[in-house]
Design a protein around this ligand. Structure first.
Ligand code: EPZ
Length: 419
């Protein structure tokens, strides 16, 4: 087990290159199962969720070859349609293997992904969509058995624009017989990137990025090469770290159009943000002005940036209000931030953050991957030293985040728990 030791850091400056998007890479990796031909993915960040997904796919018979940020995947010889039970429970995105295996083989037996600290995270919308396509879904003993003689295009309406359900139903319908419409679907950039990848494989997906997808089933898909979009959540996390410590940074390999909600909020709070073609400049000195945010499905303010923004708000001027509408229990980081001297009151899905002049370092622990990032942000601003435990959560969502932050002057290092 490891921990981060973080000391108060001032005036971060320099350039950071943002890695490839975790939440685009995971569904695109699952999509490789839809063809026997080789797929080459570039711009992959080897954070632990990606590596777990790779090992799950290798156990199913996929051949993979990793060279830095480039991986090739060949799923010609699949030997099983039963992904490893315990690994599926480790990372929720592995449930996306269900849609791909169902489309290719007509059958899959997979662990129910289960909840985590941020919520129950049901899969009812996934299963309802599979059934509409003609599959039979049976759950029992923590496993879902899904089978279909044939998948037939149909009209699906999602009660909530679920990212995972949208992705799973795209995977299940690209080889179906006929046309599938998915209404009230998620519009996140990661969905669009997945659609670009699948269309490059020969799929016929229209409407990606809008709230209705039209998917015309095709007979087969072929291999292709694809570069994963930059990780907008990593980019936003680094921006907020620099705003908390103060400084002037440049981010390379960033899609500013994927960060609109955060950029506008940062400007509202007093940061200066310049948007470039594939770079972003951000400068902030002194305390931010606290404001109100409400997390929403894209293009609203992303729930995956909520914890990190809360960390910044703890040292801002005035009172900030956070309304978390996407997950029912995504304020676990508030208690840890309060241990550092923050003044946060949680009332159901709402958090009231009264800005304080200073935080003080202490020992805290990550409760989920974005909460871990939030603790790093607050520790950079806190007086003294902070020890952050359970950082394997952070490693699930970020690749060498401490090196990227240290590269712009943050005082952070990784240590073994025994140190
Ligand atoms: C994806 O999770 C992301 N994960 C999450 O990022 C992100 O927070 C989330 O989308 C929302 O943007 C990946 O892409 C791997 P959802 P997902 O299905 O697909 C409810 C991170 O930090 N729901 O859009 O699981 C659900 O309970 C992670 O990188 C149902 O009710 O999210 C939740 O309240 C954390 N029934 C809401 O929808 C369902 O069948 C959003 O969930 C499915 C979802």
């Amino acid at each position: 087990m490891e921990k981060f030791i973080v000391e108060q850091s001032h005036a971060l400056k320099g350039t950071v290159r943002v890695g490839g998007s975790k939440n685009a890479a995971l569904p695109i990796m699952a999509a490789c199962l839809l063809t026997k031909e080789e797929c080459v993915l570039e711009g992959i960040s080897h954070l632990s969720d990606v590596d777990t997904m790779l090992s799950l796919m290798e156990e199913l018979g996929c051949r993979t070859c990793c060279e830095g940020e480039r991986i090739s995947v060949c799923c010609a010889d699949i030997c099983s349609t039963q992904p490893d039970y315990n690994k599926v429970k480790q990372i929720r995105a592995s449930f996306l293997l269900a849609g791909a295996l169902l489309a290719r083989f007509g059958t899959v037996s997979i662990a129910m992904p289960g909840g985590c600290s941020i919520g129950v995270r049901p899969i009812d919308l996934h299963l309802k969509g599979f059934e509409k396509l003609g599959a039979l879904c049976e759950t029992g003993h923590g496993t879902v058995n899904i089978s279909a003689e044939k998948l037939t295009g149909c009209e699906i309406y999602l009660d909530f624009p679920s990212v995972g359900a949208t992705e799973n139903l795209i995977l299940a319908s690209v080889l179906a017989d006929g046309v599938t419409y998915i209404r009230n679907c998620a519009t996140e950039p990661e969905i669009s990137d997945m659609a670009v990848f699948l269309n490059r494989m020969g799929a016929r997906i229209e409407g990606a990025g809008s709230d209705m997808l039209r998917i015309t089933g095709v007979k087969r898909l072929h291999g292709c090469t694809h570069r994963i979009i930059p990780d907008r959540i990593e980019a936003g996390t680094i921006m907020l770290a620099a705003a908390a410590a103060g400084g002037k940074i440049r981010l390379e390999n960033v899609r500013c159009d994927h960060l609109t909600a955060l950029i506008h909020k940062m400007r509202e709070m007093g940061a200066s943000v310049t948007e470039g073609e594939n770079y972003l400049l951000m400068e902030k000195r002194g305390r931010v002005n606290n404001t109100a945010i409400k997390t929403m499905p894209y293009p609203g303010f992303p729930t995956d940036m909520q914890a990190q923004l809360m960390a910044l708000m703890t040292i801002g001027k005035g009172t900030g209000i956070i309304n978390e509408t996407v997950f029912e229990n995504r304020f676990m980081h508030a208690a840890e931030l309060n241990r550092m001297g923050a003044d946060i009151k949680v009332e159901g899905r709402c958090a009231i953050v009264r800005g304080v002049r200073r935080l003080t370092g202490t020992s805290v622990k990550a409760t989920d991957l974005r909460a871990g990032a939030a603790l790093i942000i607050s520790a950079l601003a806190a007086e003294g030293k902070t020890e952050i435990g359970e950082i394997e959560y952070v490693d699930r969502g970020y690749y060498h985040l401490e090196d990227k932050l240290a590269g712009i002057g943050a005082r952070i290092e990784r240590r073994s728990d025994e140190d």
